[in-house]
Design a protein around this ligand. Structure first.
Ligand SMILES: C[S@@+](CC[C@H](N)C(=O)[O-])C[C@H]1O[C@@H](n2cnc3c(N)ncnc32)[C@H](O)[C@@H]1O
Ligand code: SF4
Ligand code: SF4
Length: 477
C-alpha cells in the first residue's frame, strides 16, 4: 500500500505535537470551490512522528514502517504497521492523505466532495496542552517591495515611502527562520510585489520550502513566466484589486491610465490557469455607485470579492487618504447594495461566530499567530501598522522577536474588556475592532480611541442584516 500527502494539505511537526491543515485556512477560494474544507487538526506526538514520514509523492507503507522502527522501540514490524495504517487510513478518510495499491493509483486519486468521504466524526483532536498551541506563529506577511507603479488615492502606504524592494538575501533569511519556526503561510505584498526583480526566484523558494503562499498584486506587470511558476505551486493563490469595471473610475483611483485593462487581463489569465484568485475592493466616494458591478462580473467567473466599506488611514498618521472615505449617508446606501447581493447571511454567520468571544478574548489576531515584515526587515504587528516597529530581523531572530518583544506581548495581552464602550455594546458581534485603525487615525496614536464611523457602520450593518434575515424592523441609526 502507498500513501501520500494531498496537494492542498500542509503538515508541520513541532516538538510535542503535529499540525495538519488544508490550504483553505490560508488561501483564497473560488465561489464554487468543490474542494473539501477539512480545517486544521492537532496530532499527538506519536501521530506527528508517524506523519513526518509522509511525502507529497507516494511512499510504500513498508518503507515507512521500517523507518519508524528506528524511532518506536519495543514493537514488532507487524504491530507497528497495523497502528500506522490505522492512523493513516483515518487521515485518508478525512481527506488529508491519499492511498493506493500502486504509485499510479495513489497519485490518481482526486479529492472528492465532502459527502463522499467516510469521516463521521471518527477523528478527534488529540488533547494537546493549550499552552503548546498558544501563540504559534503560523503566518507571515512580507512586503517585498514598497515601490509601486500605481498611486492609488486611498493607499495606506504613504506615497513618499514607496522607494524600495527587499534584498534577496534578507528575504531568504526570513524564509529560513520562518520555516524553522514551522510557519505555514507566507503573503507576498507591497507596494507592488511584481516590481521586485527576484519575485520568480522567491516564489520558487516558497514552493521548495512547502509554504502556502498568497500574492497580493495589482497584476499589471504579470508575465507568463510568473504565471507558470505560480501554477506550479498548488498551495498558491492571488489577490488583486479592482475598484470599478469602468476604466475611467478605476484608473482615476489608481492614477494610472490603462490599469484596469491590465489588471483584468492578468486576473483572467490566472483564472484560466486554475490559480485561485480573489478581488479586493475598498469602497470610497469615487466607486460607491459602481462597485456592485465588480461583484456581479466576478460572480460570472466564480471569483469572490472582499469589499472594504471603511478605508483606514495611512500609517504616517496624516489622514490624507481618508478624505476619500465614505460618509455616513454613503455608507448607508453602500451597505444596502452590498447586502442585497446575498451577503446578509454571510454577515449573520460571522456574527454568530463572534458571539462566542468573551470579555477575556483577545481583541484581534495581533500577536496570536501572525506577523508582518517590511522591506528593511522591520517586524510590525499587521498590514497597515508599519509604523509600530517591534524589532528588526537583521539584529534579532524572528523567534526571539515573536517570543520576547515586550511591545508584542503587551499587544497580544489586550482583552476585549479593555475597550470599555464595547463591553455592553449590542452591536459588538458585527464589529471588528481594530487597534491599527485606531492608532493610524488618532492624532495621539491611541489604540483604544474608536472612530465614530466604525460604530455607526456596525450599527447599520446589524440592523440591516436583522431586517433582511429575520424580518425584524430596523432601528433608525
Ligand atoms: C496595499 S495593496 C498591495 C498589493 C497591490 N499593490 C494591490 O494594490 O493589490 C493591498 C490591498 O490593500 C488595499 N488598500 C490600500 N489602502 C487601503 C486602505 N486605506 N484601506 C483599506 N484597504 C486598502 C488595496 O486596495 C489592495 O487591495
Ligand atoms: S493599493 Fe496597491 S497598487 Fe495601489 S498604490 Fe497601494 S500598493 Fe500600489
Ligand atoms: S460598534 Fe463601537 S462600541 Fe460597539 S463594539 Fe464596535 S467599536 Fe465597540
Amino acid at each position: 500500500m502507498f500513501y501520500k500527502l494531498n496537494d492542498n494539505i500542509i503538515f508541520r511537526k513541532y516538538n510535542k505535537f503535529g499540525l495538519i491543515t488544508d490550504n483553505s485556512e490560508y488561501g483564497y477560494r473560488l465561489l464554487n470551490d468543490q474542494q473539501n474544507i477539512i480545517g486544521e487538526k492537532y496530532l499527538s506526538e506519536s501521530g506527528a512522528v508517524m506523519l513526518n514520514t509522509i511525502r507529497r509523492i507516494p511512499r510504500n507503507i513498508d518503507d515507512i514502517v521500517k523507518e519508524l522502527l528506528n524511532i518506536f522501540e519495543g514493537i514488532s514490524f507487524k504491530d507497528l504497521k497495523v497502528d500506522v495504517m490505522e492512523f493513516f487510513d483515518l487521515l485518508v478518510d478525512y481527506g488529508y492523505l491519499s492511498k493506493g495499491s500502486s504509485v499510479e493509483e495513489c497519485n490518481s486519486i482526486k479529492l472528492v466532495n465532502f459527502e463522499h468521504l467516510n469521516c463521521e466524526n471518527n477523528f478527534e483532536d488529540f488533547s494537546i496542552d493549550e499552552i503548546d498551541k498558544k501563540y504559534l506563529l503560523k503566518s507571515i506577511h512580507i512586503d517585498v517591495a514598497t515601490v509601486c507603479n500605481e498611486k492609488c488615492i486611498h493607499c495606506y502606504i504613504p506615497h513618499n515611502c514607496k522607494t524600495k524592494t527587499i534584498d534577496t538575501n534578507l528575504f531568504l533569511k526570513i524564509l529560513k527562520e520562518a520555516r524553522d519556526m514551522n510557519v505555514i503561510h507566507v503573503s507576498l505584498s507591497g507596494g507592488e510585489p511584481l516590481l521586485y526583480k527576484d519575485i520568480n526566484y522567491v516564489l520558487e523558494k516558497c514552493k521548495e520550502l512547502d509554504f502556502s503562499v498568497n500574492v497580493l498584486s495589482n497584476l499589471t506587470l504579470l508575465t507568463d513566466e510568473t504565471i507558470a511558476i505560480m501554477k506550479d505551486n498548488k498551495l498558491l493563490s492571488v489577490q488583486t484589486s479592482i475598484y470599478s469595471m469602468n476604466n475611467k473610475v478605476h484608473d482615476w483611483i489608481t492614477k494610472k491610465e490603462g490599469s484596469l485593462e491590465k489588471t483584468i487581463t492578468g486576473l483572467l489569465k490566472l483564472h484560466k490557469e486554475g490559480i485561485p484568485v480573489q478581488i479586493s475592493c475598498p469602497i470610497m466616494h469615487q466607486n460607491k455607485d459602481c462597485f456592485i458591478d465588480i461583484i456581479r462580473w466576478a460572480r460570472s467567473y466564480n471569483i469572490s470579492v472582499a469589499v472594504e466599506p471603511l478605508i483606514f488611514a495611512s500609517y504616517d498618521n496624516l489622514r490624507e487618504n481618508i478624505k476619500n472615505r465614505l460618509t455616513e449617508e454613503e455608507l448607508d446606501l453602500v451597505l444596502d447594495q452590498y447586502l442585497s447581493e446575498g451577503y446578509a447571511e454571510m454577515m449573520y454567520e460571522k456574527a454568530q461566530d463572534q458571539m462566542k468571544l468573551t470579555p477575556e478574548s483577545p481583541i484581534c489576531s495581533v500577536g496570536q499567530d501572525s506577523l508582518c515584515i517590511s522591506v528593511d526587515g522591520e517586524i510590525f504587528p499587521c498590514a497597515g501598522w508599519q509604523s509600530n516597529i517591534l524589532g528588526n530581523i537583521k539584529s534579532n531572530s524572528l523567534k526571539d522577536i515573536w517570543e520576547h518583544s515586550e511591545k508584542l506581548n503587551a499587544l497580544r495581552s489586550i482583552k476585549r474588556s479593555q475597550f470599555l464602550q464595547c463591553v455592553s455594546c449590542k452591536d459588538r458581534e458585527y464589529c471588528t475592532v481594530c487597534m491599527m485603525r485606531n492608532y493610524n487615525e488618532d492624532i495621539n496614536k491611541n489604540i483604544f480611541k474608536i472612530n465614530r464611523l466604525q460604530c455607526k457602520m456596525t450599527k447599520m450593518m446589524h440592523n440591516k442584516v436583522e431586517t433582511i434575515l429575520k424580518g425584524i424592523p430596523a432601528i433608525k441609526s
